[in-house]
Write a protein that binds this ligand. Structure first.
Ligand SMILES: CCCC/C=C\CC(=O)SCCNC(=O)CCNC(=O)[C@H](O)C(C)(C)COP(=O)(O)OP(=O)(O)OC[C@H]1O[C@@H](n2cnc3c(N)ncnc32)[C@H](O)[C@@H]1OP(=O)(O)O
Length: 358
């Protein structure tokens, strides 16, 4: 899954041939990835606040941070490939099959026996909106049934994922905040269930920092490969919230209860090396060779007999599935109450009014 210069040039030409306007958000991502791939990180001065177009372009480009040029090139090729519709097969990169067209927040591609689901809101550090939760559930359901041997989750840009999008809390339905908390608990429970029940090997390619739910879910993956730039942070208490993603079950099992408490109650941020030493991460790679080394390994895994891998996963996970669903239900019940607390409301308001960051 490494794009050559020729793939990149082809993708550049395919963009000009797209039959359907992909919309402004996607065009900004294409612009940002192209600039990052060809010039590296953005060094341009920030445009004035009323220079809307150039400010939007600058935001998209700087949102990619220090993303390596090679990764930007790959992501550009993947994004163009994902925009190809079945009616215009000539637009697709040879060998890379787009699984979507319909996703707004993800890029999903299949190649070499691997379905790659990439979170695609780099300017927002891949924070998970309600739409993205829904699209991830659809993408996982499809990947569980497709003919690929492995499924990979990764992020576009300099972050793997910054967790739940905190603006989700501002969209209050007519039923008020109680209804919002109830709906969110149902959504979260369904979302986490998709990971508990995922039938084939699921691998996280953690390309940069991970926050909140994107960290807790890692306990449900079969392998976690991380760049040495990645960090792992679950600031639930800081946010007036409590753990989810089955981490109350998986983290004590993985790292022991004392280490799990430091991470889940006190919000200790782990480096990639620490997360690996504690068993949350399978292996850490230098950022400069991360993509190359990880994808070479995944391609080799994908050649193993797929039914044997599914059967091995099933037998490994079967014994704990019931406990995982119970932990998920209990975590969602507790969180529903937390979301209605003043502690949570104050923390979210502080972030939204730009008074607080992690
Ligand atoms: C169904 C509900 C389930 C609930 C389950 C999950 C719980 C969790 O996941 S808790 C974790 C929630 N996440 C956070 O608290 C992270 C908040 N973000 C930050 O602290 C910082 O943005 C971060 C440290 C991640 C990055 O800092 P910087 O490198 O300085 O970048 P910026 O802050 O300038 O971010 C760029 C851009 O992205 C927006 N952003 C980043 N993260 C989030 C987020 N989680 N929610 C919403 N928006 C986010 C940030 O606001 C910036 O936007 P603009 O200002 O418009 O450029």
């Amino acid at each position: 899954m490494r794009a050559s210069q020729v793939d990149f040039e082809n993708a550049k030409n395919q963009v000009k041939l797209l039959k359907k306007d992909p919309g402004n958000e996607v065009k900004l991502q294409l612009y940002a990835l192209y600039k990052q791939a060809t010039e590296g990180p953005c060094k341009m001065p920030k445009p004035g606040v009323f220079d809307f177009v150039n400010k939007a372009k600058w935001d998209a480009w700087t949102g990619l941070g220090d993303l390596p040029q090679e990764t930007a090139r790959q992501n550009y090729v993947d994004l163009v490939s994902s925009l190809s519709s079945p009616e215009s097969p000539g637009q697709a990169r040879p060998g890379a099959e787009s699984k979507q067209g319909a996703y707004e927040t993800l890029v999903v591609t299949s190649e070499d026996g691997i379905t790659k689901i990439m979170l695609n809101r780099p300017a927002k550090k891949n924070a998970i909106t309600t739409k993205m939760y829904q699209e991830l559930m659809l993408a996982l359901q499809a990947a569980g049934k497709d003919d690929s041997a492995l499924t990979v989750l990764t992020g576009n840009g300099d972050y793997y994922c910054s967790g739940n999008d905190l603006t989700n809390f501002t969209d209050i339905p007519p039923g008020g905040v109680e209804q919002k908390a109830k709906d969110s608990a149902v959504l979260l429970r369904d979302f986490v269930s998709c990971f508990i029940d995922f039938p084939k090997p699921l691998i996280a390619v953690v390309n940069g920092p991970a926050v909140g739910i994107s960290v807790t879910l890692l306990g449900l993956f079969d392998a976690v490969y991380a760049s040495d730039r990645a960090t792992f942070h679950t600031p639930f208490s800081h946010l007036g919230q409590s753990p989810e993603g089955c981490s109350t079950y998986t983290f004590p099992k993985i790292m022991g209860s004392a280490k799990a408490a430091e991470v889940l109650i006190f919000g200790k941020k782990l480096t990639a090396g620490e997360a690996c030493a504690q068993g949350l991460v399978t292996q850490v790679f230098p950022d400069s060779t991360f993509q190359k080394e990880v994808w070479a390994r995944l391609k080799a895994f994908a050649k193993l007999p797929p039914n044997a891998m599914r059967a091995s996963k099933e037998v490994l996970r079967r014994g704990e599935r019931e406990q995982l669903h119970a932990a998920n239900a209990e975590e969602c019940r507790v969180l529903q109450g937390r979301w209605l607390s003043d502690e949570c409301a104050n923390a979210v308001m502080a972030f939204l009014s730009r008074r607080a960051k992690l």
